[in-house]
Design a protein around this ligand. Structure first.
Ligand code: SDX
Length: 375
């Protein structure tokens, strides 16, 4: 008889990985042994992609090669373009992008090849294509055309250019680049675990990534950043309305989006950087409202429930200040996490065993069958 499962597989070690590690007690996050506090603000997202997907922080020559490959791969193919008019008609951006990511496989020459070299090529394509997909989707739904990416801006700068229509300031591009590094990988989170389960059947990378997109969408996971913004926008009275809102929500046993974490028992180290960034942008834009609401909410939630903000909490105000539409906040998470997801698929395929856990049966037993006429 199987043991009782840990609800939500809490504290279950489901895989071995060399990609990232989290110390939930100390509040530390590492990408291939590098502390996120050393990487954030000092390592570009492209360097981070090289670290996760190719295994090392790149030399200048290696980075130039990857940047050139990413620039070359910044196209989304005829099939995704053909699907676009249909998916912009209804549904949420993450539903549309889940379908568009799947459509990318039709034009990918390596789609059915899960060999190490083909997976490496697909990882670079998907990392390059995801921001283009979001920008093309956003342009199509607003009836415009996304500006072409420019060579002197990286993934972060070109994404802001294509989404806002204006070339970002150098500091804004740096800030968004740091956000992409902060969101790149995070051990066995729900969407990454989903990708690994699919890859472990020896299914292909696009299938695994499409499944991960479905998992990320949920408000308990990547959908939380959008929910945080909507929460703040719904509170009457701004900062003065925060305490009452928090207390009402908790009294009703509701969840406050952007707080709590399955692994962190202290502050999420990514929130530390995002809080700092939110304050900087509040000051530079002069729009301190959402930053002040965030700080007040953080204070009250900790006082009342002892919960810390997670990566999604301050990301909300940061993305708002950067001019990103609220319903694109979760797609932004996917732009970054595409690097981690693809790296995990590569790792799973390199040393694979089918992921198939047991289950505890809690249903009826010894049922006596009778023909339908007698039921
Ligand atoms: C991400 O896993 C990752 O690594 C994910 C991620 C990544 O980088 O990939 O870090 C990104 O998804 C961050 C999480 C984003 N989600 C949210 O912000 C949604 C709100 N958070 C909660 O739903 C919750 O904290 C979870 C889902 C994140 C974690 O849930 P757990 O581990 O299952 O914890 P739980 O729901 O069992 O809560 C334990 C207790 C409960 O209190 P009691 O009933 O025991 O009194 O803490 C309370 C919960 O009520 N609690 C909350 C809360 N989070 C936990 N109460 C109110 N609001 C919350 N947000």
């Amino acid at each position: 008889m199987a043991d009782k499962p840990a609800r939500g597989l809490a504290d279950v070690v489901a895989a071995s990985t060399a990609l990232s590690d989290v110390d939930g007690v100390a509040g530390r996050l590492y990408y291939r042994g590098y502390d996120i506090h050393d990487l954030a603000g000092r390592t570009s997202f492209e360097e981070c992609v090289h670290l996760l997907v190719r295994g090392t922080l790149p030399t200048t020559a290696e980075l130039d090669t990857l940047v050139a490959e990413l620039a070359e791969a910044r196209t989304i193919g005829a099939s995704a373009q053909a699907v676009l008019p249909h998916v912009i008609r209804s549904g949420t951006p993450m539903e549309a992008l889940r379908t568009l990511v799947s459509a990318l496989s039709v034009d990918d020459p390596d789609a059915s090849d899960s060999g190490a070299e083909a997976n490496q090529r697909k990882a670079v394509r998907l990392v390059a294509q995801m921001p283009m997909l979001v920008a093309t989707y956003h342009a199509a739904r607003t009836g415009g055309a996304a500006p072409d990416p420019v060579v002197d801006l990286g993934i972060a700068g070109n994404f802001l250019l294509q989404i806002t229509g204006s070339r970002p300031s150098p500091r804004a591009a740096e800030i968004f680049d740091e956000c992409l590094v902060l969101h790149a990988d995070h051990t066995m989170n729900a969407s990454t675990f989903t990708a690994r389960v699919v890859a472990a059947t020896l299914s292909d990378m696009h299938s695994a990534i499409t499944a991960a997109m479905g998992a990320l969408r949920g408000p308990l996971h990547g959908g939380a950043n959008e929910a945080v913004m909507k929460t703040m926008q719904s509170i009457d009275g701004g900062v003065d309305g925060v305490e009452a809102y928090v207390r009402q929500t908790l009294d009703a046993h509701g969840k406050l989006m952007g707080f709590g974490h399955r692994v962190y028992k202290t502050e999420d180290p990514r929130a530390t950087h995002l809080r700092r960034i939110s304050e900087e942008l509040a000051d530079s834009t002069g729009d301190r409202g959402y930053y002040k609401m965030s700080r007040r909410m953080e204070e009250v939630v900790f006082d009342v429930k002892g919960l810390y903000p997670n990566v999604d909490f301050f990301a909300a105000s940061v993305y708002h200040y950067l001019g990103i539409p609220t319903d694109l906040f979760t797609p932004v998470f996917a732009v970054s996490r595409m690097s981690g997801w693809t790296a995990h698929v590569i790792e799973q395929h390199l040393d694979n065993r089918l992921i198939r856990p047991d289950s505890e049966y809690i249903g009826e037993r010894d049922q006596k069958w009778v023909p339908i006429e007698e039921r």
